[in-house]
Write a protein that binds this ligand. Structure first.
Ligand code: ADP
Ligand code: MG
Length: 307
């Protein structure tokens, strides 16, 4: 009996240790970036991203979002500090291999115009050494995931709508089945209705695939809808606030965040209200959007369904 208690005690201790040590997939350690012309794009960013979560970097144009994102796959190297991916300093990793292992959806779809949609998507698995058959199978699967059929796969990018092109960009990033997905304003070039649909689809994909996503946008609504965590940046690449969407709405760090949230003009009119299970964030119509302090609310509650 005492042996059993001894075993249980040790097991509990082990579980506690595992639970306490949250592992970070991406670590920015006091990172800064000055471009050769003297522009300070990123000042001193210390950010640690957990696996399977979606972190949104939000800020106005020029606040260093793209620079920060591109430091993860070494499209940009920091001038100060260190970026670690999978616990390894990226400065010591082969940039080409790193980029093949990390999904990247860039600003604009970035598709090759003279290649069909299918060819665009199968490029990454082919580069990673998969056979043509396997690469094609994966490409078609990812295209189907984002709602594109075989007919769309046979077309050239220019023969698709803006929204469809963005979907292809997402499918291409997913084709190598990466653990990490970097998305730079991926839905920026489409109209609001298509954008809402693409956001909904990404949210569903994330529920299924549980990738570590770093998503860049200048749109606070998009940030609140998609992020488990929202990091607000201001000009000069400085973090103003790092919080869950509910925390951000309940307690904006300063006037800059408040203005960005659109709370000053009363546009958003989100507020916090006590509920039976804790504080609830509600919109201007009194619709509950989520529980305060819990990982993402707006997206997981599906705004569309409550509208
Ligand atoms: P965001 O994505 O938030 O719009 P960026 O990271 O693209 O911001 O840019 C941050 C700042 O760095 C801006 O002032 C931009 O003009 C500057 N910048 C970006 N890339 C370069 C570059 N290659 N050379 C010089 N300055 C740059
Ligand atoms: Mg940018």
């Amino acid at each position: 009996m005492s042996g059993l208690i001894y075993e249980c005690t040790h097991l509990c201790a082990l579980v506690q240790v595992l639970a306490c040590s949250v592992w970070h997939v991406i670590d920015f350690q006091h990172v800064g970036k000055d471009y050769p012309d003297g522009t300070q794009a990123v000042r001193d960013v210390d950010l640690h991203l957990e696996p399977g979560t979606c972190t949104v970097l939000v800020g106005s144009s020029g606040s260093g979002k793209t620079t920060l994102l591109r430091m993860i796959n070494r499209l940009v190297d920091p001038t100060r500090g260190k970026v670690k991916v999978w616990d390894k300093d990226v400065a010591g990793l082969d940039p080409v291999k790193l980029r093949r292992d990390i999904g990247y959806v860039m600003q604009g779809s970035g598709l090759l115009p003279h290649r069909t949609v299918l060819q665009n998507v199968e490029t990454v698995p082919l580069l990673r050494g998969e056979s043509r058959t396997e690469s094609r199978r994966r490409a078609l699967l990812q295209l189907e995931r984002v709602g594109l059929d075989a007919a769309a796969a046979a077309r050239y990018p220019a023969q698709l709508s803006g929204g469809q092109q963005q979907r292809v960009g997402v499918a291409r990033a997913l084709a190598a089945d990466p653990d990490i997905l970097l998305m730079d304003e991926p839905f920026g070039a489409v109209d609001p209705l298509v954008r809402a649909e693409l956001q909904r689809q990404l949210h569903e994909l994330q529920l299924e695939l549980k990738k570590t996503i770093v998503f860049v946008t200048h749109d606070m609504d998009e940030a609140l809808a998609l992020g488990d965590r929202v990091v607000v940046l201001r000009a000069g690449g400085e973090i103003v606030q790092d919080a869950t969407p509910a925390e951000l709405v309940a307690a904006p760090a300063d006037d800059f965040v408040r203005e960005f949230l659109g709370m000053d003009g009363g546009r958003r009119e989100l507020h916090v209200q006590p509920g039976p299970a804790g504080d609830v964030v509600v919109d201007r119509y009194g619709r509950p959007l989520g529980l305060l302090g819990q990982s993402n609310l707006l997206g997981k509650n599906n705004l569309d369904a409550s509208a």
